[in-house]
Write a protein that binds this ligand. Structure first.
Ligand SMILES: C[S@@+](CC[C@H](N)C(=O)[O-])C[C@H]1O[C@@H](n2cnc3c(N)ncnc32)[C@H](O)[C@@H]1O
Length: 213
């Protein structure tokens, strides 16, 4: 690999890893994937160079990255990474957390966060880390579900404590755009989307770049 980065995760050394958990994860989210796939494809359409798929999960995005991109992917869940290995032979996989990225500063031309910042415990630290590993002209590309307005938003807040327990720490009511705006990155474009049917959820898709000193 050309980026200074973590070693590819040695899943073979972890006999406790359970890739069927990743299979189950893919099946449970298949209902939403139909709608999310096109937006994720647009999100990564113009990335190239060294790219980090942060919180890659089971590697759903791998086949959507352009051929020119050298893709590194990181997730804390080794079970998901084990299933992700079945979808690629070219992506560099590593286990780790967004709050403590195992990469050197100025490593990536793009960091991609697709449905990830809702689950990260310490978002400000994760965004500081993203800014650190991005090159000076690098960009964060994000596709995240966020707190809806009105009644839907109220329902999301009521459901979040339970949902967080059953859905790997996912918060339905997080205002992720404000967190990105408060980070060292500058939001350059953002679009609000309504995705999913039962219930529809508000998403944001956009990009943020490093601020020049
Ligand atoms: C909903 S999945 C999204 C997977 C993939 N990015 C996609 O678009 O299908 C959220 C992922 O974020 C990961 N995650 C949770 N906390 C994280 C953290 N602190 N750092 C990095 N990834 C995290 C989870 O393990 C999970 O794989």
């Amino acid at each position: 690999m050309t980026a200074e980065s973590a070693e590819d995760v040695p899943l073979a050394d972890h006999p406790d890893v359970n890739p069927t958990r990743g299979q189950w994860y893919d099946r449970s989210l298949a209902y939403l994937e139909d709608e999310v796939a096109d937006h994720r494809e647009a999100l990564v359409a113009d990335v190239d160079g060294q790219v980090l798929d942060l919180g890659c999960g089971t590697g759903t995005a791998f086949e959507q990255f352009p051929e020119e991109a050298e893709v590194h992917a990181l997730d804390p869940e080794r079970d998901y990474l084990a299933w992700a290995t079945t979808k690629t032979d070219g992506v560099h996989l590593a286990a780790g957390q967004a709050e403590s990225l195992p990469y050197s500063a100025d490593t990536f031309d793009a960091v991609v966060c697709s449905q990830v910042l809702c689950s990260v415990d310490d978002v400000p630290t994760a965004l500081d880390e993203i800014a650190r590993v991005l090159c000076s002209d690098g960009r964060l590309h994000f596709l995240e579900h966020v707190h809806s307005d009105g009644v839907a938003g109220h329902v999301e807040s009521v459901l979040t404590p339970l949902w967080k327990r059953v859905a790997d720490g996912c918060r339905l009511n997080r205002d992720t755009l404000s967190r990105i705006e408060a980070s060292p990155l500058t939001v350059t474009d953002v679009e609000r989307l309504s995705l999913g049917r039962v219930p529809p959820t508000t998403h944001i898709r956009g990009a943020a770049r490093q601020v020049d000193d």
